[in-house]
Design a protein around this ligand. Structure first.
Ligand code: NOJ
Length: 572
């Protein structure tokens, strides 16, 4: 008999207090030894820092490494396990750091190598892990390798990039398009050849078929691993190779006005080519040279293709990013179906992961509304698999409309006015009521939303805030192996409600999410358990037991034995 089914607490304490009580009482049972078989990146939670927008420490309007260091207590209190910092390397910033001109340095805008080393020590001292961003697909056009490569056709580094003659009648070698608008080929007048770039012309693609390139890039990983970083998020991995025969991509009949111009073509010959898996395996071997550091792949692919990025016998990424929550319609049937097909597709022993937002996608609170974003937070932090939280989602941040004269994102500049720009989700963190939200004392590089957005200081003292909800969820997840490493089983779905259970070693939790703005009946399959946490906070008495409020998600500790556990899945 599970003790959690007795003595239901009053609903008013649901957010923070229950999570604390749980920690002290019965969840002590879930001894820390329950976690010992899981790697930190399986039981842990990753937090993405977009460094330009996290915290400015030197008054130039742009976030930096010392700013991150100054906010480590915040991250520790939040309850995440690792931070991934988007690129901090020297860069002309054509794509805000995703155009690297020196893989083994720190851009002065962000600080110095000493600042980095100090940050790394502080991160580790705080008991956190630090992941950097590895950008293997392309360099900056100002990287010394490219400057050499473009200098003449016979330069030894010519083949480090993808150079081709014009098509027989003149013009680019084929029809390939840049992700950020326009052709993916740019003519170099001096040498009379085109170079390929999946993104901006300032981001020429490296030629990973050249052994010198792969060796040099693997050494970049070694450089940072030797310094002590715990892993990498690997950028744009699906773009690493292109068809060697340079076949033109077919047209996509489903393309419509208003969609990205790059989507006019199906990227059959420019994405997800078979050679990529050998390159990933080589990266993984380097990670293993350092005792199994973490590699997370930015792999924007359908589920069936995504699974290959775990590699044969899991020799690929430990975590190929799963972005499907971002793309899936916010409806029970669609979300439940996604979880089901993702879980079913996972190779044996592969570890799942979930992403709700990042610096490239509209913020979740703007996509589905603030009320449902709280439900989404509960979903993200109670699904089986490693969650990644994008900075500011824990505050319920919204996209910020950027007036044309303040636009920064090159994609928006190239293809204006159809909503492709990524500035709205990249605006700085609002920390306090100080000028510019305490982010900077100068004019921030993008405006800080100090109008619609309750800042960190205010949210910290409000038990009903987004931040309090995230903290409670993270605390519960940390203390309850059923949530971090337990099995997953759907128990009910209706038009508006999704219910599932997570189970580990005798503890069973049920998560029930109302994905609608109207009250709903609790599905019959949900047992009458003890309420541990709710996305809504009420000062009133308990609502009718059999109901979920509008936009409410709850976590119940249920009677063990009522659930039919799928132990096998948790051991996969
Ligand atoms: C994916 C990154 O997340 C995005 O911000 C960047 O523009 C492209 N890759 C190119 O590096």
């Amino acid at each position: 008999m599970d003790r959690r089914c007795r003595n239901d607490p009053p609903l008013e304490s649901i957010c923070a207090v229950n999570a604390r009580q749980m920690q002290r009482s019965f969840l002590n049972q879930a001894s820390s030894s329950a976690f010992t078989s899981a790697a930190w990146w399986q039981s842990g939670v990753i937090y993405q820092i977009y460094p330009r927008s996290f915290q400015d420490s030197n008054g130039d309007g742009i976030g930096d490494l010392n700013g991150i260091a100054a906010r480590l207590d915040y991250l520790k209190d939040l309850g995440v396990d690792a931070i991934w910092i988007s690129p901090i390397f020297p860069s002309p910033m054509a794509d805000f750091g995703y155009d690297v001109s020196d893989y083994c340095g720190i851009d002065p805008m962000f600080g110095t190598m000493d600042d980095f080393d100090r940050l790394l020590v502080a991160v580790h001292r705080a008991g956190l892990k630090l992941l950097l961003d590895f950008v293997p697909n392309h360099t900056s056009d100002l990287h010394p390798w490219f400057l050499e490569s473009r200098s003449c056709r016979t330069n030894p580094r010519r083949d480090w990039y993808i150079w081709r003659d014009p098509a027989p009648g003149g013009g680019p070698p084929n029809n390939w398009l840049s992700e950020f608008g326009g052709p993916a080929w740019t003519l170099d007048e001096t040498t009379g050849q085109y170079y390929y770039h999946a993104y901006l012309k300032e981001q020429p693609d490296l030629n990973w078929r050249n052994a010198g390139v792969s060796a040099a890039m693997l050494d970049v990983l070694r450089f940072w691993f030797e310094r002590g970083v715990d892993g990498f998020r690997v950028d744009a991995i699906h773009h690493l190779f292109e068809d060697i025969g340079l076949r033109s991509n077919p047209h996509d009949p489903d393309w419509r006005e208003g969609m990205s111009p790059a989507r006019r073509l199906i990227r059959r010959y420019t994405m997800d080519q078979p050679e990529v898996h050998d390159a990933i395996a080589a990266m993984r071997r380097v990670a293993e040279e350092f005792g199994g550091r973490l590699l997370v792949g930015e792999s924007s692919l359908p589920i069936d293709r995504l699974m290959a990025y775990y590699g044969t016998n899991l020799s690929g990424f430990q975590l190929p990013f799963n972005f499907h929550l971002i793309n899936t319609a916010w409806r029970t049937e669609a979300i439940a179906g996604l979880i089901q097909s993702y879980e079913a597709a996972l190779p044996a022993r592969a570890w799942p992961n979930w992403v709700l937002g990042n610096h490239d996608r509209s913020r979740v609170a703007s996509r589905i509304g603030r009320e449902q974003a709280r439900v989404a937070a509960m979903l993200l932090l109670t699904l089986r698999g490693t969650p990644t939280i994008y900075q500011g989602e824990e505050l319920g941040m919204l996209d910020v409309t950027i007036p044309p004269e303040l636009v920064q994102d090159p994609w928006e500049k190239n293809v204006p006015g159809i909503g492709l720009g990524r500035d709205p989700e990249r605006t700085p963190m609002p920390w306090s009521g100080a000028i510019h939200g305490g982010f900077t004392t100068a004019t921030p590089w993008l405006p800080v939303d100090t109008v619609t957005m309750p800042n960190v200081e205010r949210q910290q003292s409000d038990p009903a805030s987004f931040l309090s909800l995230y903290r409670a969820l993270l605390r519960l997840r940390r203390s309850e192996p059923a949530l971090s490493i337990g099995s997953y089983r759907e128990i009910a779905r209706t038009d508006a409600v999704l219910a599932y259970e997570r189970q580990h070693s005798g503890n069973c939790l049920q998560i029930v999410l109302n994905l609608s703005a109207t009250p709903q009946r609790l599905p019959d399959a949900v047992t009458d358990g003890r309420l541990l946490l709710s996305t809504t906070r009420r000062k009133t008495e308990r609502p009718p037991r059999a109901h979920l409020e509008a936009n409410q998600g709850i976590i119940l500790a249920t009677e063990f034995g009522q659930a039919r556990h799928d132990q096998a899945r948790s051991n996969r």
